[in-house]
Design a protein around this ligand. Structure first.
Ligand code: 4AD
Ligand code: MG
Length: 478
């Protein structure tokens, strides 16, 4: 058994002074052949370890290099020097793993995020990615806590599916057929009935449809799993593989849905402020530095912590799609021709429109509801006006859409009518329609893009920097 004291617990003051400790970690720096900054990832901070160059053999001293994994046994004492309150006076040094500084890609200096993406296998060892990964864990934990405390059940939706929930048609195929020699139908098409599942199968774009099946039995469920979209979007907010949280609630309407989503987002933010302060403060400082390189007009008015506290302090603005379009059409921004994409009732909002509403007009998160039906998915509940559906999108500053959801169409006749209009095959979806045939009820749900929430809370500008190993067009290296 390996016994060690975690650096995080030492730095938090949980270990008594003048006691022997064994610490293990990776060297961040080594000054004057004497002072080691050691980090083991349990917290952002590094522990100062003082080695005695007189009593440590020269060979071992040489092997204490940046990136090396080292074990120190020694005494935890109050530090005499500046910059730390405690330090370990080492009396035994054991090198676990050498690290040749002449070829180690991570040097003790500032690296660009773009460069770190190219060495994603090593970037968890940096302060920034350590902070992001700890934060990511805490946000995931907060989500489970939020739903569990409210009596929701975590439902594991399948990752391989034969349906396309969003009707987006941008899915990754899952097949074991030989690409060089696939079985063909008489018509010359690939015969997926001979494939592994006896049908064409894909990686899921959403767990919602299966979530609905469970909600119409357990009342309150949520899914939390990976989802996949083969859209060729190279933006700072899209990934080909991302994680989605999809609660689904029976006996709930659009207003319940909005209330749940707003409470969940605020709970997660508060949880991080309460439990991840050190990492958040570090990320806030990082953001200030990053903003300095931007032109004044693009810099945000608030710091990271301020922004999080601001979101907590104000109710989200709730308004109809139609009202939002009016605001956009009548805005000076539009009159001066500053939007790239035209805006009129019936068009889907582009991210520039969403950001105008959130960042310029309301200056806080916005929930837009009741969108035109032709720009939304088939399962959304049709409103009495015949034109709109009970959809909701939550828009966040700097992010745009963070949540998308709706009240669901629970009326069988309305649902099948809409599916026919949208050319969605009903026979393959019999299992979904069965919920409406047998004991249907009003219900609602939404999907939260997990990485977009991590982006918002961490202040990281690019979604590729908030997931350990991002998947996007042209990239699946690590
Ligand atoms: O709005 P979307 O497409 O909604 C659904 O999939 C519904 N089935 C959800 C539901 O009602 N249960 O996706 C939901 C959220 C978006 O608001 C966005 O935050 C995120 O998922 N998202 C992405 N995040 C990263 N990369 C992508 N390519 C994303 N596409 C959507
Ligand atoms: Mg959406």
């Amino acid at each position: 058994m390996i016994k060690r004291t975690e650096i995080g617990s030492i730095l938090k003051g949980q270990v008594a002074l003048d006691t022997p400790v064994t610490v293990m970690g990776w060297v961040r720096s080594f000054r004057n052949t004497q002072f080691v900054a050691l980090n083991d990832g349990s917290s952002l901070g590094t522990l100062q370890v003082v080695v005695n160059p007189e009593t440590t053999d020269a060979e071992t001293l040489k092997r204490i290099t940046v990136g090396a994994s080292v074990c120190f046994e020694g005494q935890l004492v109050a530090s005499q020097g500046k910059g730390q309150t405690v330090e370990v006076i080492a009396n035994k040094v054991e090198i676990f793993g050498d690290c040749d500084p002449s070829v180690y890609p991570l040097q003790p200096k500032k690296h660009s995020l773009e460069f770190l993406r190219e060495i994603a296998h090593l970037r968890p060892r940096t302060n920034t990615f350590g902070a992001v990964l700890r934060l990511r864990h805490n946000i995931a934990f907060a989500i489970h806590k939020f739903f569990n405390d409210k009596g929701f059940f975590y439902m594991h939706s399948p990752i391989i599916t034969a349906s396309d929930a969003e009707g987006a048609g941008e899915m990754f195929r899952v097949t074991t057929l030989d690409p060089k020699n696939p079985p063909l139908t008489e018509g010359g098409e690939v015969d997926f009935s001979k494939d592994f599942f006896g049908r064409a199968a894909n990686l899921t774009v959403s767990g919602q449809l299966e979530g609905e099946l469970a909600a119409l039995a357990l009342s309150k469920i949520y899914t939390f799993g990976p989802t996949f979209r083969a859209e060729n979007s190279n933006t700072s907010r899209h990934l080909a593989e991302f994680w989605m949280i999809e609660p689904e609630v029976a006996f709930a309407d659009l207003e319940d849905n909005m209330n749940l989503a707003e409470a969940m987002l605020k709970f997660c933010i508060q949880y991080c402020l309460d439990n991840c302060r050190e990492d958040l403060d570090f990320l806030a400082t990082r953001l200030v530095d990053e903003e300095k390189s931007k032109p004044q007009a693009e810099r945000s008015e608030m710091g990271l912590i301020e922004k999080l506290e601001f979101v907590l302090a104000h109710p989200f603005e709730r308004l109809n799609y139609t009202e939002a379009v009016d605001i956009l059409v009548n805005s000076n921004h539009n009159k001066k021709g500053k939007f790239k994409f035209p805006i009129e009732w019936g068009t889907d909002l582009q991210s520039e429109h969403e950001r105008y509403l959130v960042e310029k007009h309301f200056k806080k998160p916005v929930i837009l509801i009741n969108y035109p039906k032709h720009i939304k998915a088939f399962y959304m509940r049709q409103n009495d006006d015949g034109k709109t559906v009970a959809a909701m999108d939550i828009l966040f500053p700097g992010i745009g859409e963070i949540v998308g959801g709706s009240q669901r169409e629970e009326r069988l006749d309305k649902l099948t009518e809409r599916m026919a209009e949208m050319h969605i095959p009903q026979d393959e979806m019999y299992w979904f329609l069965d919920t409406r045939r047998f004991g249907s009820c009003p219900h609602a749900g939404y999907g939260l893009g997990f990485e977009r929430l991590v982006q918002f809370i961490s202040g990281m500008g690019n979604i590729r920097d908030v997931i350990p190993f991002p998947r996007y067009p042209g990239s699946a290296e690590f």
